[in-house]
Design a protein around this ligand. Structure first.
Ligand code: GDP
Ligand code: MG
Length: 728
């Protein structure tokens, strides 16, 4: 360029999809001040021009039109190399507003690099004519605080505003970092690689982007990293991470990460754009229903009801089968073996009354958990759970939280501990704390055994509905608690905007469902084999001390429980047995059932264990029992279809061993009161530890205290209210 031209004070690059109007914008900006050259070393034409605004001289580069920055094609590589070269002070992404979703893919990729970005929503005139309305301000916020300007390049509309935005972001070059959440597994890999890159790359967001590109096997970035001092080691680590992740997802990583980006954009567009409903895709049509302002929430409730009905109805036959196997053959085999090796009486008591009653009492629920986790995995993998979060978003706003908090909360239905850690994806500490305080109110899987035992004992075939109501109560109380916290100790500080991801709908693969389910169930069984086992042994000891104690009630455990018991008198369950189970339940909520089972079943002195059947008979019985359970479950499943009933009329589910003992010491009303208490009272030790690690001692104590107080008050209301209404 001629030396007489004043040195430009600013350089910008125009990126955008083909036909988004880049050339039109370039012409509108630069008029006749245009020049043509080539991109360095390439034969691709490089158009440059100059424009002025408020004393600034701005040099404009028109990049080749691309749909993404994956660097597969020459054009994509040129565009990307230019963007990361540091040459442009600001990148302007030109997006076609009539086709927002497709055009945002490029914008999001540029945003991920972390360079200053201004989004020009071009074709604003056509968009308006088509009835499309886009909230530009909100769009900019959701993209992490960038300017978004509506333009109509061919008419010269919006050009001055665009230039003002460009100058503004050049003068304030670091917008808040922007990160799409790629899910736990990929995020962990990104974090690992990012740490390794820290020696060479000093800007965090750029290191994150490079880590992501490495995971996507991006050749350009791989070449760059190869030059680093520890390049080989980093690339070896990358290879290992890719291998691990691709086995996990059973898919190529670039596809998985692109899915996340599309999901992000889908959610984003749904939040900022209103569009007339002609010519929308099937996914959008389904989304219009399931994320509907009024239909969405009831639909979500219905889906959850269906899931818990299925968990109960389908799992019940298997539950009875496991129960029969444990109290039947397993107990009798163990007794036979113990007798054969002439084990002392105390050892027999420990194994049968302590371990089999305690651990077995919990293992009985494995079938229920398998079914629960299977459905949760199905909801998650199919993409529905993300919609549920979307639907709950509006409710969350009332509570002073954002939709993003919904993901950890839904995880809380599985286990509160990983859910508390999952709050890390939220940037605001106050939001994280509030979410962590509400997570334990979501009924975790450890509470399911308690619901099932009491549900079956007192409500028979309505057990499923009762359990569903318990989940609902947890949610409603969480809303109320959120309202109170938001108005007292956790007032919202500022309004941050989040995008809720809406991934495409998918038929989940059987493989991934099984992997999910297996992982979670394994955890539960592992806990039964370690923590629950240990506590069962200790509890057995405490139930048999001081030595020679005749009645359990006089044992150490019985006495301590009996001392505390009056506290629960007004709630309807002031017995030492119920109190004792609540004490151990603090360690892990499964232990409520395990303890009750040790007390009530272990105490039956005349444990008439049949040892007369042969081993072969037992095994045959186990197999036949399983087959019958499978047939029963299949019948129930098919009978869910309206108009078909294969279950016969005797659908009253059988008891598990514990149920009948419970009917002697609880009334239906005190049982409900007990369930409400178990739902709400102090989170288990592991959850409190997680809260302490994340937010400090003060919040851990707050969580424990507020929940216990809440539980006591709610159970009191249930019980005394019930008495007043005459349900005693
Ligand atoms: P490029 O491929 O990104 O360089 O896009 P062009 O600048 O060549 O524009 C593609 C087509 O869209 C041309 O026919 C332009 O006249 C038209 N166009 C560009 N900007 C606008 C706009 O803001 N509104 C409307 N209605 N048409 C536009
Ligand atoms: Mg062009």
């Amino acid at each position: 360029m001629a030396a007489s031209v004043k040195t430009p004070t600013l350089t910008i690059a125009l990126a955008g999809n083909p036909n988004a109007g880049k050339t039109s914008l370039f012409n509108a900006l630069t008029g006749l001040n245009q020049g043509v050259g080539n991109f360095p070393g390439k034969t691709v034409e490089k158009k440059t021009g100059i424009c002025r605004r408020n004393g600034h001289t701005i040099s404009v580069v028109d990049l080749p039109g691309t749909y993404s920055l994956t660097a597969f094609s020459l054009d994509e590589r040129i565009a990307r190399d230019h963007i990361i070269s540091g040459e442009p002070d600001v990148v302007v992404c030109v997006a076609d507003a009539t086709n927002l979703e497709r055009n945002l893919y490029l914008a999001v990729q540029i945003r991920e690099i972390g360079v200053p970005l201004v989004l020009a929503l071009n074709m604003a005139d056509s968009a308006r004519a088509q009835g499309i309305r886009i909230d530009t301000k909100w769009l900019g916020q959701l993209l992490g605080g960038i300017p978004v300007v509506a333009t109509a390049a061919n008419r010269g509309h919006g050009i001055d505003e665009l230039l003002d935005a460009v100058v503004h972001s050049a003068e304030n070059p670091t917008p808040p970092t922007f990160a799409i959440d790629y899910g736990t597994a990929i995020e962990a890999a990104i974090a690992t690689i990012q740490t390794r890159l820290a020696d060479e790359i000093f800007v965090d967001s750029f290191a994150r982007w490079m880590a992501l590109m490495l995971l996507e096997s991006d050749q350009t970035v791989i070449e760059t990293v190869r030059e680093f001092d520890n390049g080989q080691a980093i690339l070896a680590e990358v290879g290992a991470q890719i291998g691990r992740l691709e086995t996990l997802f059973n898919d190529d990583l670039p596809i998985v990460s692109a899915d996340h980006r599309y999901g992000f954009i889908n959610g984003l567009v749904r939040q900022v754009q209103q569009k007339p409903v002609d010519r929308v895709a099937l996914t959008d049509r389904i989304d219009d229903i399931v994320t509907h302002r009024y239909l969405g929430l009831p639909l979500f409730m219905l889906v959850m009801l269906l899931v818990f009905r299925l968990v109960i109805d389908v799992a019940a036959p298997f539950l009875n089968w496991v129960d029969a196997v444990i109290t039947g053959p397993i107990a009798s085999w163990t007794a036979t073996i113990l007798t054969a090796i002439s084990a002392p009486a105390w050892l027999q008591s420990l194994v049968i009354e302590g371990i089999i009653a305690g651990v077995g009492g919990v293992l009985v629920f494995v079938p229920g958990l398998i079914v629960l986790y299977l459905f949760l995995a199905f909801l998650e993998d199919s993409g529905y759970l993300a919609r549920a979060a979307f639907v709950m978003d509006r409710l969350m706003t009332v509570v002073g939280l954002h939709g993003k908090a919904m993901i950890p909360l839904i995880l809380g239905f599985g286990c509160a501990v990983p859910a508390v850690y999952a709050t890390r994806t939220m940037s605001n500490r106050r939001d994280r704390i509030l979410t962590a305080l509400l997570i334990p109110l979501m009924s975790c899987s450890a509470r399911l055994p308690v619901y099932v035992v009491f549900g079956l004992a007192f409500f028979g075939r309505y057990a499923g509905t009762v359990i569903w109501i318990m989940y609902l109560v947890g949610i409603v109380i969480a809303v109320l608690a959120g309202l109170i916290f938001t108005r007292t100790i956790l007032q919202p500080d500022e309004n941050a905007a989040f995008v809720l991801e809406l991934p495409p709908y998918r038929m989940p693969t059987g493989r991934s469902l099984l992997l999910h389910t297996w992982g979670n169930t394994k955890e539960f069984v592992h806990k039964a084999g370690t923590l629950i086992l240990a506590v069962s042994v200790v509890l057995w000891l405490l139930l048999n001390l001081p030595l020679g104690v005749a009645e359990q009630e006089d044992s150490l455990f019985g006495q301590v429980s009996a001392t505390v018991a009056p506290v629960f008198e007004p709630l309807g369950f002031g017995t030492w047995e119920a109190t004792g189970s609540l004490i151990t339940g603090f360690i892990a909520k499964e232990l409520v059932v395990s303890t009750l089972s040790q007390i009530y079943i272990g105490a039956q002195d005349d444990l008439d264990i049949e040892t007369t059947t042969s081993f072969a008979q037992d095994v045959l019985e186990i197999m036949v029992g399983f087959w019958e359970a499978a047939v029963d479950a299949a019948r129930t499943l098919i009978s869910i279809i309206p108009g078909i009933d294969l279950t016969g009329n005797n659908t009253e589910p059988e008891d598990v061993a514990l149920s009948s003992a419970l009917r002697d010491s609880f009334t239906p009303l005190s049982a409900v009161s007990f369930l409400v208490f178990v739902l709400l009272y102090v989170p288990c030790v592991a959850t409190i530890a997680a809260v302490k690690q994340e937010f400090g001692k003060r919040w851990a104590v707050t969580a424990a205290v507020y929940q216990t107080a809440l539980a006591w008050v709610c159970a009191l209301l249930v019980y005394q209210g019930g008495l007043l209404l005459g349900y005693g």
